[in-house]
Design a protein around this ligand. Sequence first.
Ligand code: GCW
Length: 742
Amino acid sequence: MISITSRCGERTPPRARRPIPVCLALLALLLGLLLALPGAAQARALPDEDGYALWLRYLPVQQVAPLRAVSAAVAAPAATPTQVVARDELRRGLEGLSGRRPAAVDGVPRDGVVVLGTPASSPLVAALDLDLAGIGEEGYLVRSVRIGGRAATVIAANSDIGVLYGVFHFLRLAQTGQPLAALDVTQAPKVKVRVLNHWDNLDRYVERGYAGESIWDWHRLPDWLDPRYTDYARANASIGINGTVLNNVNTSALALTPMYLDKTAALASVFRPYGIKVYLSARFSAPIEIGGLPTADPLDPAVRRWWKDKVDEIYRTIPDFGGFLIKANSEGQPGPQDYGRSHADGANMMAQAFAPHGGIVMWRAFVYSHEEPDDRHKQAYTEFVPHDGAFEPNVLVQVKNGAIDFQPREPFHPLFGAMPGTPLMMEFQITKEYLGFATHLAYLAPMYEEVLRADTHARGPGSTVAKVVDGSLDGHALTGMAGVANIGVDRNWSGSHFDQANWYAYGRMAWDPYAGSADIARDWVRMTFSTDPAVVEPVVGMMMGSREAVVDYMTPLGLHHLMGRGHHYGPGPWVEGGPRADWTSVYYHRADARGIGFDRSAGGSNAVAQYAPPVAAQFGNLETVPEEFLLWFHHVPWDHRMASGNTLWDELVLRYGRGVDEVRGMRATWAGLEGRIDPARHHQVAVFLGIQEKEAQWWRDASIAYFQTFAKRPLPAGQAAPPHSLEYYKSLQFPFAPGDGK
Ligand code: GCW
């Protein structure tokens, strides 16, 4: 009889049972002792992650049996590139999550088949006779059904891309640990054009980018298609983004030359299966710079011909090209006003060139002029409202969420609700130009949500910004949302792990502007870090408080535009002088011996009058203005009594401190999660939170040191004096801070 060697090294006959448990027990004891030694935690640590996988990590779920029960096999067509992508993503995801690669099958031979397709692409879907009428081209159903008596899950749509979106939805449910046995999901996007705006220059510099160079490797395009482009497309499709503007709004005209169109076409070919169209920013003066014309006057027939020919050429190269994004007559960019023409003249010229091809023009309303002495807050409204209804039907006017510039908090832009005859799209900034770059943890979805839920009162109560954006308020079919991307070549894409959440949340809110920021955060944390409730709840808590913390330590109570000049890094409330008043801080805070704040009430610039009367009345009155907008709309005496009972000065100081405290709290919460998150990501976030605390403190100290020179009042009891002199804070220079325009 052969004997075997047990793990204890004893020679035992094969059937002898006793010695094995004994030696296993010894082994367990030994292991236990080992684990108790210093360094043992390391041995147990989760494997390091670098963040490249984003929210598509597809790691094994905790409860594998229920997932396996519904995902034994996949029955999916694979006749088109999008069908292949949908099937492969589903199999890849399920394999990672369940530890078992689902078989590819043609029918439903057993329980647990996931059936994909449209009525046209899949006989199985056709036979189910589902009601797909209300979900449009991009919507989908995910439903638990029975086919031939067997339990199946069907992911059905009217188009291949709808099916792909459904696949990502199903995978999200699996990733976040939702029950999968009785599904009945119906989804359709509420916004049509859901685009990222890359502020990427052709030399790969990213304006306001904090995640390294541009991912577009223009020099090696069109031949080298970096695999990252495919992962970019997957990530975007997973959250419903269906377009990308590749180049900066401050663009070179060269982006429209044949060489760059070929490169753009190559990117379009990678993105196409994922339902992502490419768009380009176009420089208004391109007819002069690359067309050799003496003018770019939009009413000049030769100029009109040039744009028409250019657009025709683009469609010969990229048949499903999306359209143009235009920044005109803004911050020195050329535009129709250079020729005495209006924004509508400029936009319509281009829109007419696109109309035969089904393309669109996204014309930005971020305009203000240094020749115009009026409050910058008012200028977009003043320039655009007179042209309401005058734009071609394929023009979207793209409006930033607030009237100044992506500040940590702004009231909603007065254009929302004020142009019923024109579709307005939302422009949010995902990159954190004014919210601590990529080092500070600031989850932006609560800010997006706050703006989308704001009530314009334009057509009576309930006329929310979301209803303007989704077209329901004034019956527009062409609708859109843009997010200024935070993506670069950094391994984790966004410069920090938590900034991925802002990209993610933007996509989810572009799909559904009524979605809740906390729900989205919860999904994201589960997919990105862990489904363990001991991780999910504290991390969601950190995220939900994080934007308010930034508001507090940078620009509390409605203050705005107080950052360092040019690069926008760090506090600079003292910034004054230079080429234009509205690029200084003193223009915005107007602090003096009496008080602080920008009077935009009827007695001041009267910007409030651009809002519908109930909103104007609320914002315009010192008694009714919400405190978070107090200094946005009013110049307020230092001793003004706040709701808390404090004076304005005391409250201001306390808010700065509250912001710093919140960051300290986030650090402590995060420190408590060590061991529950892989060491690499945990460490980087911990270090970044340390930087954030230092910088929050710096914002607080420098701001207080400066404003105290006007308030000339002591700090409230218990509040520490800034450790340095105002001169010290003013002397700090950051010549190479990232992302500055150039
Ligand atoms: O926020 C400001 C930025 C500029 C930017 C501009 C814009 C692309 O500081 O860098 O330029 O807005 O939105 O056009």
